[in-house]
Design a protein around this ligand. Structure first.
Ligand code: 13P
Ligand code: SF4
Length: 351
């Protein structure tokens, strides 16, 4: 790849709707790293999985697969590579390791926590299980392997409503996202599904920042704009939105929509992806960054491919891995063959 080729891909990425985030010089400086990574990938039979929130030079320079947490978990099961480099956060790399014990899974980010995954431990779930013995424990994929090992089924933002609806037990304990839990309670009422849902107290520090007044302001400033939000936002924000879905579902909505102006109430990486892939559409408003996702860099990816340190490698005890795998396999069983599970929630028909 040349600097000019990279710049051609990234030239439409703008910072808060203003200046271009990339210059030809910046792209030329990145290309030696990109070419070194792509050569090492071939030499070592490695693939790079990247979440849509990481920087565009990773997504469009070196990534082999990109998507939301459900799509990447599935991609991790499809590759025949010996090494998976997971440019995202630690819980996503752990999920890949749970599904691929024979592969080496590398974590190039330098701060790969997540305020949701860090909110609850396996010991917390064991304590709650004693308190709520009749409940089915449903965990968001944004949890550690230790937590998944203690739960019955895992869900992602793309399938949470359909899976909880399908669970035969009326009593559900959902963790750790409080806001997604409230949205889940409301959606079950909206669907007429009888569920008693207890919720935990975690939040995503990126998505909790949005409020309905902000949405009203954007609608006044940009008449006709379509507002898309992630189910980690508050119920008030979801009510004020035109569409709610996982990051890949939002991307798909924009791809199919005849509208040309969108506000994305999620992490900046998704807005950048839309600017690259749909330059004819306008992404308005400023976005919010996740410091954990943005701790992934080209330098970090090259470093782990050359020589990974113990902290760069996803490792799990076999006992935890097998118990956590049951929880993820239960999600795949609920989801597979149900196209509806991958649908977002459309609040207003796209015109
Ligand atoms: P998605 O599965 O929708 O990509 O969400 C992952 C995430 O961390 C959102 O903050
Ligand atoms: Fe976690 Fe929020 Fe960052 Fe997603 S955006 S990885 S939920 S902290």
């Amino acid at each position: 790849m040349t600097g000019a080729e990279l710049f051609e891909k990234l030239k439409d990425v703008r910072i808060s709707g203003g200046a271009c985030a990339y210059t030809l010089e910046k792209c030329e400086a990145m290309v030696p790293l990109i070419n070194a990574i792509n050569a090492l990938k071939k030499q070592k039979n490695a693939v790079i999985l990247a979440h849509s929130y990481v920087s565009p030079e990773i997504l469009y320079g070196v990534a082999d697969y990109s998507g939301d947490s459900y799509g990447l978990a599935k991609d991790a099961t499809r590759t025949s590579a010996d090494i998976i480099v997971f440019a995202a956060v630690r819980f996503m790399a752990e999920t890949a390791k749970i599904l691929n014990p024979e592969k080496q899974v590398l974590i190039p980010g330098t701060d790969t926590g997540c305020t949701l995954a860090d909110a609850v431990t396996g010991a917390d779930v064991r304590r709650l299980r004693k308190e709520f013995p009749d409940h089915s424990f449903v965990c968001y994929i944004n949890t550690t392997a230790d937590v998944k090992a203690e739960c019955d089924v895992c869900v992602t933002s793309s399938n949470v409503y359909d899976i909880v609806e399908a669970i035969p037990n009326e009593k559900i304990f959902f963790l750790p996202d409080k806001l997604m839990g409230k949205n889940l309670q409301e959606e079950m009422i909206r669907r007429g599904v009888r569920k008693e849902i207890e919720i935990y107290d975690g939040v995503c520090y990126v998505h909790e920042q949005y409020d309905p007044e902000m949405v009203q302001f954007m609608r006044l400033k940009f008449p006709g704009v379509k507002v898309l939000s992630h189910p980690e936002c508050s119920p008030g924000v979801l009510h004020a939105s035109d569409y709610v879905g996982s990051t890949s579902q939002m991307l798909d909505y924009v791809r199919k929509s005849k509208d040309d102006r969108f506000v994305m109430l999620t992490e900046c990486g998704l807005s950048s992806r839309l600017m690259v892939e749909f330059p004819e559409k306008q992404i308005v408003g400023s976005c919010t960054m996740c410091k954990y996702m943005k701790s992934n860099t080209l330098e970090g990816i090259l470093r782990v491919l050359i020589k990974a340190r113990p902290q760069d490698v996803a490792e799990l005890s076999e006992d935890v891995r097998l118990r956590a795998k049951r929880c993820i396999d239960a999600m795949f069983e609920y989801t597979e063959g149900k196209a509806s599970a991958l649908r977002g929630v459309e609040l207003v028909e796209p015109s």
